[in-house]
Design a protein around this ligand. Structure first.
Ligand code: SF4
Length: 265
């Protein structure tokens, strides 16, 4: 039998989450993306289920035509029918989150009505990808709106846990910079800016990076990608990080490593 040709190595795909994980802790990155053992350690949390339910309801709402086609009660019904229960400790906690979801979505509908004549949905819950040579930069955007007047693209990121947001926070947020970089590379003729929408309060803030700022981000991301590609992952060992370890899902695993290492001393 003829030898099978070796499978071509898949190009590294880097998303904002991957990059943020790498920057937070190399060991966390190794567990999640090299050894792929996260499913044994990551816990469901109420905030994740709450956020996922809202995201799904908003995606379906916009795909159905948004506030021009559906009223607030259609939108809240979508959330209740696709509600995710994972992670809630008891019925009381879940009921409180359902009540909050209804309040948040009613507020969202009012704001969506105000934009009806100004914008139209360009993309919703879409994975953007751009080939950077040695790797692929990717990012899943919650929504991109297009301004009817001039075709400007506004990337909108929903934050289901936040009450407040400032322009400076949008400007420095890794994910928002990556989304802008992706959108600008994919649609170079368009003006692009990014907005975070704090769903609980309805507050929004925006920022637009210049071409020079985007180039700086691109260089930084390329540097990180190169580090990831060239790293000897077998040599990476857990080192205690006081700001990150206490709330990390992998703490029990790293703790076992540290205890074993102490016994060996
Ligand atoms: S417990 Fe600490 S060292 Fe281990 S993966 Fe998490 S953040 Fe990294």
């Amino acid at each position: 039998m003829a030898d099978r040709a070796p499978k071509p190595e898949r190009k590294l795909q880097l998303s904002p989450t991957r990059i943020a994980t790498y920057l937070a802790c190399r060991v966390m990155y190794k567990y999640d993306y090299i050894e792929k053992i996260g499913k044994f350690y990551h816990k469901s949390r109420p905030g994740n289920s709450f956020g996922a339910t809202l995201h799904q309801a908003l995606q379906q709402f916009h795909e159905a035509g948004g506030s021009a086609a559906e009223n607030a009660s259609d939108l809240t019904s979508r959330a209740m029918t696709s509600w995710r229960s994972a992670g809630f400790t008891d019925q009381q906690e879940e009921a409180a989150h359902k009540e909050l979801a209804i309040e948040v979505l009613q507020k969202y509908h009012v704001l969506a009505m105000e934009r009806v004549d100004l914008t139209r949905v360009f993309l919703s819950e879409k994975m953007l990808k751009y080939d950077m040579g040695a790797f692929i930069l990717s990012g899943r955007v919650d929504r991109i709106d297009e301004y009817v007047a001039d075709g400007t693209l506004e990337i909108i990121d929903y934050k289901s846990g936040r009450m407040e947001v400032t322009d400076d926070q949008v400007r420095s947020a890794l994910a928002m910079c990556i989304y802008q970089l992706l959108a600008k590379r994919l649609y170079p003729e368009r003006r692009v800016f990014a907005t975070i929408h704090a769903l609980r309060s309805g507050a929004t803030a925006s920022a637009e990076l210049t071409a020079e700022e985007l180039n700086v981000w691109e260089d930084e991301i390329k540097g990180i990608a190169l580090e990831i590609i060239e790293k000897d992952w077998s040599a990476i060992r857990p080192v205690y990080l006081p700001d990150t370890c206490p709330t990390c899902d992998f703490l029990s695993r790293c703790d076992r490593y540290w205890k074993a290492a102490r016994r060996m001393d």
